[in-house]
Design a protein around this ligand. Structure first.
Ligand SMILES: [Zn+2]
Length: 226
């Protein structure tokens, strides 16, 4: 049980950081962390104020969404997190937020092309828009499962918010921050109505191949653990 406690505490700590930095507001969004080797993950509870959350409020679920620990109802978006852990063995942490600038792009159906080196290195070739489906439904789960196979680490959910991944919670939070910076810069650039320049294709591909190398290392270490 001690080991699970560590994962729950990491989820709480992540929520505090995201709350302080303005990425989580009130009860919007949710955060989860994979428990390796056990097909389980720790996830924030449904509709619960992040500023009051303690490790005891965090739920432990298996990938079929059976509750294994925690007294509260798990996030209604738990199925979305489980899908990510099933489809992407390189992902150990998932952060879903309703952060404002990326959400604005979600409203105008504007995927983010490769604008910055750091973006291609950590988020992927582009930031795509995943088509709308209501929260907590099988439709949303299906849309996500289909889109995330391209191994990017950030996606915008149409008329909803964002989904960011990482091999660790620290990297997933960093990816949330990179995404918001790119979103703001892109929105401002679009407002000028001038041509938006992108990084050279070759630079984008080199950066993305480095990301894939990192991901494969994580995949191999997970296989080694089994
Ligand atoms: Zn949401």
């Amino acid at each position: 049980m001690d080991q699970l406690e560590t994962y729950k505490q990491q989820v709480v700590a992540a929520c505090q950081v995201l709350l302080e930095r303005g990425y989580l507001m009130a009860t919007g969004g949710n955060v989860s962390l994979r428990v390796p080797e056990q097909n389980r993950f720790a996830i924030t509870p449904s509709n619960y104020d992040y500023s009051k959350m303690t490790a005891g409020d965090v739920c432990i679920l298996d990938l079929d969404l059976n509750a294994l620990a925690g007294e509260r109802t798990p996030s209604i978006e738990s199925s979305l997190h489980a899908t990510v852990y099933e489809v992407r063995p390189d992902v150990n942490a998932v952060v879903h937020t309703h952060q404002v600038y990326a959400s604005a792009l979600a409203l105008i159906d504007a995927p983010i092309p490769a604008l910055f080196d750091e973006q291609a290195r950590f988020l992927g070739r582009t930031v795509e828009i995943i088509p709308y489906a209501p929260s907590g439904t099988g439709f949303l789960k299906k849309n996500i499962a289909k889109r995330i196979r391209n191994h990017h680490n950030a996606y915008i959910l149409q008329n909803h918010g964002v989904l960011c991944f990482g091999p660790s919670m620290e990297q997933a939070i960093h990816n949330v921050e990179i995404l918001e910076k790119c979103s703001l810069a892109y929105l401002l650039a679009l407002c000028t109505e001038r041509k938006v320049s992108k990084i050279p294709l070759m630079v984008r591909e080199i950066a993305f191949s480095k990301l894939r190398q990192d991901q494969k290392k994580v995949e191999r270490s997970e296989e080694g653990d089994r």
